[in-house]
Design a protein around this ligand. Sequence first.
Ligand code: NAD
Length: 520
Amino acid sequence: MSATQRPASVTDELLERLVARVPGRTGATWKLTEVYTGEVLVELPQSTEQDIEAAFEEARAAQRLWAQWPVERRLEVFARAHTLLVDNAHTTADLIQVESGKNRRMAIEETCDPPMVMSYYLKRAKRLLAPKRHGGPVPIVSGSTEVRVPKGVVGIIAPWNFPFATGLSDAIPALIAGNAVVVKPDNKTALSPLYGISLLEEAGLPEGLFQVVCGDGPDVGPTLIDNADYVMFTGSTATGRVIGERAGRNLIGCCLELGGKNPMIVLDDVDVEEWVESALFGVFGNTGQICMHIERIYLPESRYDELRSAFVDRASSLVIGAAYDFGPEIGSLVSPDHRDRVASHVEDAVAQGATVLTGGRARPDIGPAFFEPTVLEGVTKDMLAGHTETFGPVVALYPYRTVDEAIRLANDTDYGLNASVWSGDLARAEAVAARIESGNVNINDALATAYASKGSPSGGVKQSGVGARHGDQGLLKYTDAKNVAVLKKQVMGPRPGQGYDAYVRQMLSSLKLMRRLRVR
Ligand code: NAD
């Protein structure tokens, strides 16, 4: 097989089988293409309002039975699914690559995310979902139990940049908690989540529990939100606002994982060799289409020239290419439209006085959506690349004089998703991290350490999101807490013959006594 020949596992038969489960009663389809060539791979059915309503009905029926399974039995499905997902990582990566155009390293790393999420909740879910006893208002005779009840059917809307991870990983805790899921992937990247769901079903997930609907966001979104009991959205801040408004009107909960304009602060004692490789990945990994990737780097003035030239030299030597093997360090952008958006940020910066230190051009000679790794200098806040998310292989370098100035500049953004701090002295880096307004901060790494730490909730602050995935909250958000309280004997209120004055005196002194005895 030549490096650019479509992978052998991506057969027409597989593609037809995958899209067959997407409902589309009108017969309307969307042409899903191979990014490296622009060739049509398969016609993806487009779901109507009635299709979406029917998907929810089926999911709801399956959920009623699934919620009755003991947690241990549900977890057995995910233990088997973990093995299947890992064993089929290469086919998954093939599908991720054909539909997104990312390079092989990123596609394989993406396949690891759902198994990592599964591993965490396989260990933790039983304890999280177990009823918890709490004390009641009157010791001994009263108590309450916190019972975790699944929300019902969770609607998931996923983006194209990590289609397999965002299509599956957020569904895993929802399903473990006893919910059904209806997912809407991006049209461009529906194949890998469809394949992942087929593996979950092979592992024993009941049929009907995990539904997929497809279509343009504004067409499919409203019906999906109106039928869901909770919405998990990953995508841009602009769309997140639309989703949040509709969920709010319906009085259902939602988690919004949105965009970023993520800064990296490099302190003056950094080890240049170690920093430069990680910074390159943080900026250019997934061709810059990672929500947590770095778009602004603040370098100490005292070492600016040295750090800039190390970074630019290495960026200009990155191997860019269209291949299904591990050759290229940089793959394609997802589409020609997105390439144009990235190019428009660079053109706008240059027109307003910024300098291109390396890159800056589209590469139609390699494929329809390729764009060079690009490093800019002299970017100001009023330029597009200075204040809004580019979401491509473009970064701006800035010199700073004092650490206070670097922190002020890093925080001077509406976003707050991820940040990175580099120093040879961990205590120094931690002190800087504490002052950064961001849902995630990576010390001596760009992004992966925070994202892969599945025990800690990971989300955005400011305009980067509401709520979080991972950690206990990443599962509990898909449940309602039911407070079941028991009073074994009616002891509230005055005893027969006791006046209100005496009762109130007794109650107030009991409050003090309980506090002293630390009775809850
Ligand atoms: P997008 O907001 O355009 O689309 C995301 C999803 O929402 C797609 O499935 C799309 O079809 C759907 N959608 C669009 N309009 C809709 C509407 N009105 N109603 C319902 N659904 C609608 O985002 P994108 O361009 O696909 O993805 C890139 C963005 O996602 C970037 O901003 C990136 O930072 C962000 N992102 C965030 C995270 C995170 O965890 N914070 C992770 C990945 C990507």
